[in-house]
Design a protein around this ligand. Sequence first.
Ligand code: ADP
Ligand code: MG
Length: 262
Amino acid sequence: MSTTTPATPAPAMVDIRSVHKSFGPLDVLKGIDLEVRAGEVTVVLGPSGSGKSTLLRTINHLEKVDQGTISVDGRLVGYRRSGDKLYELPEREILKQRTRIGFVFQNFNLFPHLTVLDNLVEAPVSVLKRPRKAAVESARRLLGRVGLADKADAYPGQLSGGQQQRVAIARALALEPALLLFDEPTSALDPELVGEVLDVIRDLAHQGTTMIVVTHEIGFAREVADTVVFMDDGRIVEQGTPGEVLDRPRHERTRAFLSKVL
Ligand code: ADP
Ligand code: MG
């Protein structure tokens, strides 16, 4: 650490500004501001219905925001700016942007009719137009990385939930995303399978992958998060280091939530 010059902060990989989102009369996101720096892990906690999934979905434009902007890797998500006006990008451009943002869902969402290998090869070939041979090589390497090299020819239905989720993570990585989003990646798993999935996510964190992880796994948050964000009722109530938010929460709502999940 230099004592004379302040360290240059890493650029924000994700920059969320004043994001509002409603579904009809229901205000779900009520002004979210959040920055995630390259290489950092942000864990989002909060009660059911607080808007966590909606927030993740706005980041790759699966939901359109009503107000505010989101940038990922320096690029506005879903829009281009012209003067002070924003124009929504054509679907083709949005799909391309999405390949930069991996999304891992609670229920894996693998293609059931494709083998494990083809689940990983499909998007690189069809969206990024990679040669199939290179995509297959890269897919095999990724399956090795999540400990499933021997399952390349299996179908998702033949795997345990933990294995399916590891395939889903490998599939997200196959697009070499700048950012990975996880929406309760272990919530649908039997307790004995949670650890193997968290191990994979922990490895990714140690390798410097930028991630936003919605989870109720407090132990994981404490160990892996650079920043913990607590959301309630469409707002970020509190954010800070794991020590600040988990051990010394300043807000009553954070304390009440933690007392229920710890
Ligand atoms: P969380 O992930 O924190 O449980 P969500 O973001 O899923 O919360 O949901 C926040 C609120 O928005 C909930 O009240 C939910 O019912 C509502 N909601 C989410 N998606 C939709 C939708 N597509 N249409 C209408 N209401 C929705
Ligand atoms: Mg959710």
